[in-house]
Design a protein around this ligand. Structure first.
Ligand code: AHG
Ligand code: MN
Ligand code: MN
Length: 358
């Protein structure tokens, strides 16, 4: 029973007390929670709602769209357009950002821009594996119409960011720059209840997440890290590691927030036109804020994700995030490789196949 517990609305009212601006940000996050509830309802009905499967169309990135990609996108667009608080939005599913004019008689200003991945991990939807939504809120320009370049703000300037995970339970995990907090949806009552206050990622870990089918395309520092983990207690790390890969970034990052670990979708040479798989504005940046606010770290390998100056809405970047000490180690491996001071490491697993062999 949730009576007496802290709802999302109460929590936000208590955290965001800094006048009209913060009050509107709290209202916007409550709007996002409403969209999340609608998407949670659709995903939980699965095949019963006739919403599974693909569409004929592809999105701007040439990826096949699932029906639920589009339905979730529409849920967010309606929420932001009708909610009166956002001056514009950008989504994974739409080539160009959308700009909203204030309606006649609208009382509040539209102070914010929303950037989002409406359904993350959508390849998992037809096999009933956890998916999610990711969002990032930044400030809109004052006193003029929004231009596409207004969206290109570094992650460090995010006012709020978070994700919803549609798993066995639906959770909303977010940060407004004062820690990272998790809320669980009580479906019967329709409220998000604060269940995970001030999440802290353990600084060390023995778990890593990476799509190893891409190993032949990785750079040497990433290969070195993974080989050392795989070598376990007989290798230089002197302890055994475990591996997980759900192929929903939201679910993989959620696990890391709960019990530590490292998530990597690193730079690779699979498609030289793409410096990574994941998108900066609506995957890397919001997750980096959530992870750093929980005491973790998010990098590309060579720089802090939140410091990247964005060049395009759908820009892709390498992503390495999670427990601080492990991410620091991977940063050191990149630096050592780039400066030619890399140690030669002979993997007992890979022997003569190791990249670090002469
Ligand atoms: P999306 O469904 O929004 O396109 O994102 C999918 C992403 C991410 O969630 C996940 O980590 C990654 O793609 C999985 O990639 P692989 O299919 O290469 O494992
Ligand atoms: Mn995604
Ligand atoms: Mn998506």
């Amino acid at each position: 029973m949730h009576l007496g517990r802290t709802t999302l609305s109460k929590f936000l009212i208590q955290q965001l007390r800094g006048g009209d601006d913060e009050r509107d940000l709290a209202a916007l996050l409550v709007d996002i929670a409403a969209a999340v509830k609608a998407i949670s309802s659709m995903t939980s009905k699965g095949a019963l709602a006739g919403v599974l499967g693909s569409r004929e169309a592809t999105n701007v990135q040439g990826e096949t769209q699932k029906k639920l990609d589009v339905l979730s996108d529409q849920a967010f667009i309606n929420t932001f357009q009708l909610g009166g608080l956002t001056a514009g939005l950008a989504s994974e599913e739409n080539d160009q950002p959308m700009v909203f004019e204030p309606s006649p008689g609208e009382v509040n200003g539209r102070r914010y821009l929303a950037v989002f991945d409406p359904l993350d991990g959508s390849s998992n939807i037809d096999v009933n594996v956890s998916v999610g939504s990711i969002f990032s809120i930044i400030r809109a320009p004052k006193g003029r119409r929004v231009k596409p370049e207004d969206f290109l703000q570094s992650g460090a300037r995010q006012l709020a960011a978070g994700y919803a995970i549609y798993g066995p339970s639906t959770m909303l995990v977010l940060s407004v720059g004062q820690g990272t907090h998790g809320f669980t949806l009580d479906r019967e009552v329709g409220n998000f209840i604060l269940t995970h206050r001030d999440i802290q990622i353990p600084t060390q870990t023995s778990e890593f997440a990476i799509n190893t089918s891409n190993a032949r395309f990785w750079e040497p520092p990433v290969l070195r890290y993974v080989e050392e983990c795989q070598a376990g207690r007989t290798g230089p790390r002197e302890r055994d590691f475990n591996m997980r890969w759900i192929a929903s970034m939201v679910a993989d990052v959620h696990r890391i927030l709960m019990r530590g670990g490292v998530f990597m979708y690193p730079r690779d040479t699979k498609d030289p036109s793409k410096p990574g798989r994941l998108r900066l504005m609506y995957e890397a940046n919001p997750m980096a804020m959530v992870v750093e606010q929980a005491g973790g770290l998010a990098i590309t390998g060579r720089e802090r994700s939140l410091d990247i100056a964005p060049e395009a809405i759908h820009q892709r970047v390498p992503v390495i995030l999670g427990s601080k000490e492990e991410v620091d180690r991977i940063a050191r491996y990149h630096q050592a490789f780039d400066t030619g001071t890399d140690e030669q490491y002979r993997s007992p697993l890979f022997k003569d196949r190791s990249l670090f062999q002469e």
